[in-house]
Design a protein around this ligand. Structure first.
Ligand code: MSP
Length: 650
């Protein structure tokens, strides 16, 4: 059985977890689930980094001992992960006794080898990075990451002879092109190693200055802290040095980090391993930063997004999808509510949500909720199957290569392909024509495709993918992704499916920023708003109608399927809606001034369904969408919870 060992950085406990930490941990969780779905045995490791100056200082400020402080913040991290659907196998703390013991063993090993020496050094120490920065790394005298002037420190300390391993490391990176990925980070490390002599690494602090570390086994006046301590967690967590099983995981070890800690992981860590006589890890995966308005999200800059607030806003599945889809792994990405809502509504509410909603509703309407028998495939079916196999194979290959955004893009070829297939096959027409055989094939193909999409999404959004599989009458365990990706099959006849899906109700846009430039339609709204402010005469009550008269109105919930401008009519859209009928209903709606067409698609609205058909600018409208004109524009009437298209409003 293949194995996969994957790690996150262990996070400092000087601040609460934010979206940056959540991103890396979600990436690792998704990779762990992906490999498990391929049938591999998986070890997912995360944890907290608790020693060093920063934590000692933060504890002092909080009026606590470092251990009390570390216990509290470490607890925030370990209790957050399950709430985000993250399931590590071990959460290691650098204050764990087995870790501290193993760090001492490593120090002794390297010391005995002659690769740790005592010396004096003066340099620019950045507390944020917990390391000395070279002159070359400073930008205008400041640390480029923390934007502070490093402190000049000169003192006697222990040093690790990192320079001795420079050549061997360079050779290893060149011989293993995939050792650091994506490529830009590999190149950065190669040019660093080629550009001059590597400095040795300071690994101790005199106890007179810092006691919050692990005592050196060969000098009890000093402690080791942060890097020599922290990086070792990757080995100590799997039982090094005494557990002979540790190499079962170490041989397949992969790390995931952001570019802020590239140098410690790509240079300090492999040279430490070389000094210990251990094989190097298999691969380092490096990603960029989440930015907020062009600035790195970080606690010290005060622009962090709270992971739980985001999960509440977009749902756990929406959050995980957005993070993996929006950031091109390796590059920076910008976080904003607009980006989150836009991506969610386009990909999840419209493309996938709509596909699931209409597929289940049609199966119920045409076949009472039981998947029909598929007949001999026609050209369009063979083409859909080809698209499906190709999309899944691309998804598996790209996801395995840590290209999450491209992998999801590849999978959405299938999601969109399925929607197009439905539109082209027009099941409502087949139903009207009584072509049950063909209708059965089309429905079984669509449901089979939807199942494949759900299977691929299991590592990305386990919660929603499992719900979708259950709605499709499928098992959620015992699935092998490698096997699934080889075939594209209609859903087996006789499977009972749920009546509705409603996994991704549209997210509402955030309150408008009044300082932002207004789009054209908003100008008219401003005029209306002005008028609305003028004191208005109280409207006369309308003449009363009897209930029987009101009951004559057939009000139904409808889901908008398409919307397009009516040529020559600025205010009108030609819309098709699903009102739970055999085929979509064409309606003309005066909404073009207020909503972009793509914003309407996927929405649930209220339709006056028994209005006499009316010709508007050459297009016949079979009903009227209800909306409220108000001072700020137009608001649609919509059910407060998603309901089945065609449900009656009473
Ligand atoms: N304790 C060290 C790591 C030791 S690993 C042996 C450390 N801790 S940290 O708390 O500062 O975490 C840094 C990591 O958090 C980054 O490498 C990244 O995984 C994540 N991120 C923190 N802020 C981030 C962004 N704004 N964007 C993306 N990831 C971010 O360094």
């Amino acid at each position: 059985m293949n194995r996969f060992f994957i790690t996150t950085p262990i996070y400092y406990v000087n601040a609460k977890p934010h979206l940056g930490h959540a991103y890396t941990t979600i990436v690792v969780d998704a990779l762990a689930r992906f490999h498990a779905l391929l049938g591999e045995e998986v070890f997912f490791l995360t944890g907290s980094d608790e020693h060093g100056d920063k934590i000692a200082e933060a504890a002092k400020k909080a009026g606590q001992t470092p251990k009390e402080y570390a216990d509290a913040i470490s607890g925030l991290f370990s209790s957050l992960w399950p709430k985000l659907g993250i399931t590590p196998k071990r959460f290691i703390r650098t204050t764990d006794p087995d870790h501290k013991e193993a760090v001492k063993r490593a120090l002794q090993l390297v010391y005995d080898k002659g690769d740790i020496y005592f010396g004096e050094y003066g340099g620019h120490y950045c507390k944020g990075c917990e390391r000395f920065l070279t002159e070359k790394e400073l930008v205008d005298g400041l640390c480029p990451d923390h934007k502070v002037k490093p402190e000049y420190i000169a003192e006697k300390n222990y040093f690790f002879r990192m320079s001795k391993y420079q050549g061997a490391l360079l050779e290893h990176i060149k011989a293993n092109p995939d050792f650091i990925r994506p490529r830009q980070y590999r190149n950065e490390v190669v040019s660093l190693l080629e550009s001059g002599a590597l400095e040795d690494l300071c690994i101790s602090r005199p106890k007179s200055r810092l006691t919050w570390g692990i005592e050196l086994p060969f000098d009890d006046n000093f402690v080791t802290y942060v890097w020599f301590d922290a990086l070792m967690n990757y080995l100590t967590a799997i039982g090094w040095p005494d557990d002979p099983d540790f190499s079962k995981w170490w041989d397949v070890a992969e790390h995931v980090v952001a570019k802020d800690i590239l140098k410690p992981h790509a240079v300090f860590w492999p040279t430490m391993l070389l000094a210990m006589g251990l094989p190097l890890y298999k691969r380092l995966n490096v990603h960029g930063y989440w930015l907020v308005r062009d600035t790195k999200m970080s606690k010290s800059l005060g622009n962090v997004v709270e992971p739980l607030a985001m999960a509440e806003h977009a749902g756990l599945s929406g959050m995980r999808y957005f993070l993996l889809r929006e950031m091109v792994f390796g590059s920076d990405a910008s976080f904003s509510d607009e980006a989150l809502i836009g991506r969610f509504n386009a990909d999840l509410a419209n493309d996938l949500g709509n596909l699931a909603n209409r597929s289940l509703a049609m199966t119920h309407k045409y076949f009472g909720g039981t998947v029909p028998e598929a007949d001999a495939p026609q050209a369009a079916d063979t083409e859909l199957a080809r698209l499906g196999r190709e999309a899944m194979a691309n998804f598996v290959q790209l996801f395995g290569a840590a290209q999450f955004s491209r992998a999801l893009e590849a999978l959405w070829e299938l999601v969109r392909g399925l929607n197009k297939y439905i539109d082209a096959m027009a099941p409502w027409t087949l139903f009207k024509e009584g072509d049950t055989k063909r209708l059965g094939t089309v429905m079984a193909m669509v449901l089979g495709g939807l199942r494949q999409v759900a299977v691929c999404l299991l590592p990305v959004m386990p919660e929603a993918a499992e719900k979708l599989l259950t709605q499709l009458g499928q098992e959620t365990s015992g699935i092998n992704l490698a096997k699934e990706a080889e075939t594209f099959a209609p859903l087996p006849a006789g499977t009972a499916v749920a009546a509705t899906s409603n996994l991704f109700p549209r997210m509402e846009a955030p309150a408008r920023d009044e300082t932002a430039p207004r789009p054209k339609a908003a100008k008219d709204k401003a005029k209306a708003a002005k008028a609305a402010k003028a004191p208005a005469a109280k409207p006369e009550p309308e003449a009363e109608v009897a209930f029987e008269d009101f009951a004559k109105l057939d009000l139904r919930v409808a889901t908008v399927l398409t919307a397009a401008p009516v040529p020559g009519a600025d205010r009108l859209y030609a819309v098709t809606v699903d009102v739970g009928e055999a085929e979509p209903r064409p309606v003309v709606a005066g909404l073009a001034e207020y909503f972009p067409a793509e914003d309407l698609v996927g929405r649930q609205v209220v339709l006056v369904a028994n209005l006499k058909p009316r010709k508007l600018r050459g297009t016949v409208s079979h009903g009227m969408i209800l909306a409220v004109k108000h001072a700020d524009g137009m608001a649609l009437l919509t059910p407060s919870a998603p309901v089945a298209p065609g449900d009656r409003v009473s």
